[in-house]
Design a protein around this ligand. Structure first.
Ligand SMILES: [Zn+2]
Length: 269
């Protein structure tokens, strides 16, 4: 780690607490159209002691318009960043047009698993680099300082990962891992995440995550990924809140950026 970055990270590392295990809550699909729900989630997390999390912001969510055109939204993000929340680039438009001649695997991942949202699933290097740098420029021009890139549905092609790295972003996450581009370390840590579009998906998600939460008890990093839609399903939201209450007793809430900084210090990167 360079001296400047190390110095910037140090206060966050100190608050994360060296001895305790960590909890990273990430809030996905943050955009002007989801701001009201996102804010309610952030407030409820704070009431339960989680006063920092990683906010995955989509620059032009579902082609609804660039978030930077909404000055009230930008101020809200800036205030959160100043309060210790992390702003992360989460795709560009969060949409992937269907292509001719898709394989069964392509169709499963991009339609059934993600509902046509896997924007970076098979982007080539050039287009991925263009979207990532355009996003980065928008964030920076409005005083925001993202360091990570997370693809919609965590589906990131090898070429697109190389583009994120070349754009000098520092890390990405996938469903099962956190990857630090600087150290090239891959940290195994499966995320809790819900699929809520139908009642059967909610039922499966609920039972699966109950088992997963028990399985992850001894993992040094627990990841809980929340989508705005989770908040409107009481049985799902109750379980998330319960996980947060239980995990919060023995884990320090942190962000991906701060958690990675802590691993770098530990490993002398
Ligand atoms: Zn997303």
């Amino acid at each position: 780690m360079t001296t400047i970055a190390a110095t910037e990270f140090l206060p966050l590392v100190a608050t994360a607490g060296a001895a305790r295990d960590s909890l990273v809550v990430s809030l996905h699909d943050v955009a002007p159209s989801t701001q009201r729900v996102a804010n309610n989630i952030i407030l409820e997390l704070a009431r339960r002691g989680v006063v920092t999390c990683s906010l995955l912001v989509v620059p032009d969510y579902h082609h609804q318009g660039l978030f930077t055109k909404d000055s009230q939204f930008v101020s809200w993000l800036r205030n959160l960043e100043a309060d210790g929340y992390e702003v992360v680039i989460h795709g560009y438009c969060h949409r992937r047009p269907r292509r001719p001649n898709e394989t069964m695997r392509d169709k499963f991942l991009t339609r059934f698993y993600t509902n046509d949202e896997a924007e970076f699933y098979d982007l080539d290097y050039k287009e991925a680099f263009r979207r990532i740098t355009a996003a980065l420029d928008e964030f920076r021009a409005h005083g925001l300082k993202p360091r990570g890139f997370v693809a919609p549905a965590w589906l990131l092609s090898t070429e697109a990962e190389r583009a994120a790295r070349d754009a000098e972003l520092e890390y990405t996450t996938r469903l099962r891992t956190v990857r630090d581009f600087r150290s090239s370390q891959n940290f195994p840590a499966r995320s809790i995440v819900y699929s809520v579009q139908s009642s059967w998906r909610r039922a499966v998600s609920h039972d699966w995550n109950a088992a997963l939460f028990r399985l992850l008890r001894s993992n040094p990093l627990l990841r809980i990924s929340i989508h705005p839609a989770d908040y409107s399903h009481p049985e799902i939201w109750r379980q998330i809140v319960n996980f947060i209450d239980v995990a919060g007793d023995r884990r320090a809430a942190t962000t991906y950026q701060a958690w990675i900084a802590e691993q770098r210090v530990r490993c002398g990167v």
